[in-house]
Design a protein around this ligand. Structure first.
Ligand code: A2P
Length: 334
């Protein structure tokens, strides 16, 4: 098998560091790795794959002559907007974790368990987008339900501070010691913030709008009725979601459970008699998406409620992006 050159942009950040851990765990066929960040951390060293790597500064010429095949980006939307096209022009396929390219019709938005078939569309711009963390985990649970026809989806999220990067993480850590927040507009310790990202003119936050738009794109259902309320909670790792779904067709709960049990990447934790249901504390630092609390919504004809949890930095970001890279390589080698 060919050996590939892989770059990580934003290697010093919350998601970037997890990129490195997941790459170490998954052992891609790589001959060389290059780590990039801003001028602030250029020159520092990072221990990775058993050796010290010097972090390089991301500049317009940084990828010239390196021959990078795949570049994993998690350095914010502004950095991706400027640098993803430059890096793609150097011949690399960019797998971008920011929101910048997700809704571009020429850029595939991929959760490998759901729409790996969209990956070849990277050939348009040399870019593949990694979806929003809260969208990714919901997709793995919702895709199997398409069998019954998705009529309407209502998301209510309980999202960890690590989703806001190092700054979000520090706000909770320092807030627990009584310090004022720097990243969030209000204290997050002992609090719940019904705001993730900025407010839009329609009254929703950008995070809520992302969940709506990205769900439709990934599931290939542009007309799907879907709405969201996204909330930041004082949890370090792991996003939780209450998901209400109205289906077109009638169903048995046992059949939905069986469908989920057969879905790669999904683990059913659902035994209320024994007090078993998914929780972020236990999902933290693991790759699967967990579902539980499955029950009928008796207020509509064919409705369900369920609870869905995943590590937002792993499946919600780094793991999903590395899975895309693995699938891309698999498709290249096929
Ligand atoms: P740096 O450490 O040099 O600031 P987080 O979301 O956890 O805050 O991480 C953001 C990541 O994106 C960091 O690795 C950060 O590097 C990187 N980054 C931010 N701005 C740029 C930029 N202009 N060019 C390259 N990397 C950047």
């Amino acid at each position: 098998m060919r050996q590939y050159k892989i770059a990580v942009v934003g290697a010093t950040g919350m998601v970037g560091r997890m990129f490195l851990r997941v790459l170490e765990e998954r052992k891609l066929p790589a001959s060389e790795y290059f780590l990039f960040a801003s001028a602030r951390s250029a020159g520092t060293t990072v221990e990775f794959m058993g050796k010290k790597h010097t972090v390089r500064e991301l500049t317009e010429d940084a990828f010239k002559d390196l021959g990078v095949d795949i570049a994993l980006f998690s350095a914010g939307a502004g950095t991706s907007k400027t640098f993803a096209p430059i890096v793609a022009a150097s011949g690399a396929v960019v797998i971008d974790n920011s929101s910048c390219w997700r809704m571009d019709p020429d850029v595939p938005l991929v959760v490998p368990e759901v729409n790996a078939g969209d990956i070849p569309q990277y050939q348009n711009k040399g870019i593949i987008a990694n979806p929003n963390c809260s969208t990714i985990q919901a997709m793995v649970a919702l895709e199997p339900l398409k069998k019954y026809g998705l009529k309407r989806v209502i998301y209510s999220t309980y999202q960890a501070v690590s989703g806001a990067g190092m700054g979000g993480y520090s706000d909770l850590e320092n807030g627990l010691k009584g310090e004022a927040p720097k990243k969030f507009p209000y204290p997050i310790a002992g609090n719940v913030l019904p705001q993730i990202d900025v407010f839009l003119e329609n009254g929703y936050t950008k995070e809520e709008q992302k969940m709506v738009d990205e769900t439709r794109k990934i599931l290939g259902l542009p007309q799907l009725r879907v709405t969201a309320t996204t909330v930041r909670v004082p949890v370090f790792h792991g996003h939780s979601e209450s998901i209400n779904v109205e289906l077109e067709k009638s169903f048995e709960l046992a059949d939905i459970r069986a469908l989920w049990e057969a879905t790669p990447g999904l683990i059913v934790q659902d035994d209320t008699a024994k007090g078993i249901y998914p929780m972020p504390l236990y999902a933290a630092d693991t790759d699967p998406v967990y579902v539980g609390r499955l029950r009928r919504d008796f207020s509509v004809e064919n409705g369900i409620n369920f609870w869905c949890v995943a590590d937002n930095i792993r499946k919600g970001a780094a793991t999903n992006a590395v899975q895309i890279a693995q699938e891309l390589i698999r498709q290249w080698e096929a």
